[in-house]
Design a protein around this ligand. Structure first.
Ligand code: PEP
Length: 263
């Protein structure tokens, strides 16, 4: 269903009216985790200043440690919905369990399936039935074929509004949190008609790498990027070291071609 063999033209997925596809580079930005209304709104304004047209933010956080901040749950979804009302930005947020799909789908414009859940088949089937676009991150140890087969699980349940997101894979290299597999972008675009975006924040895991990796993604033809921004990364409850700050925004806008929108 997602193969380009059967569907030669590349697809565009609409998220709350915003296109993600071959004719544009879509910037999605926002905080890694929703912490407060004030923090999420400030991050949304940062995102808009860089020309972002979709807001990201996690309310259900899949953390490696059970002692780390797990997200605000439905209270976080309500904050995202309020910020959408205030800014007009559609929202993408992660769902970590099949049991939560209906709740998350009631608030979100696009459902995110994270790297740790790429082969959670009941979750893939549930988001396939939810009637909302899905952003499917590549599993950190998944081959491109496994990633595309995971997308096929969603498509098989009747949902072809899928955006693939390369977010870095596990390699022997320790200098970066994950290794951004830049070749995955053109490879996935040749094999599948679905849009392919990259996440330079979770792949590099370091603020100083986000802009270079964004430029690499644009150069290789990514259909968009999803970037963490935070008004006060030093106090962030999740992944502060990779969040861009206000002074980074003009360069981000320039890289993704939205510079004219920077005020
Ligand atoms: C995220 O985008 O918030 C996230 C946890 O990403 P990943 O699944 O790529 O680690």
């Amino acid at each position: 269903l997602i193969s380009r063999e059967h569907h030669p033209d590349r697809s565009t997925v609409h998220v709350g009216g915003v296109p993600i596809g071959p004719d544009t580079v879509t910037l999605i930005a926002g905080p890694c985790a929703v912490e407060t209304h004030e923090q999420t709104l400030a991050a949304a304004h940062m995102a808009q200043a860089a020309g972002a047209t979709v807001l990201r933010g996690g309310a259900y956080k899949p953390r490696t440690s059970p002692y780390a901040f797990q997200g605000l749950g439905e209270a976080g979804l309500k904050i995202l919905a309020d910020v959408r009302e205030e800014t007009g930005l559609p929202i993408v947020t992660e769902v970590v369990s099949a049991d939560d799909v209906d709740t998350v789908a009631a608030y979100a414009d696009m459902l995110q399936v994270g790297t740790r859940n790429m082969q959670n088949f009941p979750l893939l089937q549930a988001v396939g039935r939810a009637g909302k676009p899905v952003m499917l991150k590549r599993g950190m140890s998944a081959t491109i074929e496994e990633w595309l087969m995971a997308a096929e699980y969603i498509a098989q349940r009747g949902n072809l509004d899928i955006v693939l997101c390369e977010r870095g894979i596990r390699t022997f290299e320790k200098a970066t949190r994950n290794t951004l597999d830049i070749a995955a972008v053109p490879v996935a675009q040749r094999l599948s008609h679905l849009p392919v975006i990259i996440d330079p924040s979770h792949s590099g895991g370091r603020r100083d790498l986000v802009l270079p990796l964004t430029k690499a993604a644009i150069a290789v033809g990514a259909d968009g990027v999803i970037v963490d921004v935070h008004p006060h990364p030093e106090t962030a409850l999740c992944d502060g070291p990779q969040a861009l700050i206000t002074s980074d925004l003009p360069e981000l806008a320039e890289a993704v071609g939205t510079l004219t929108e920077v005020t």
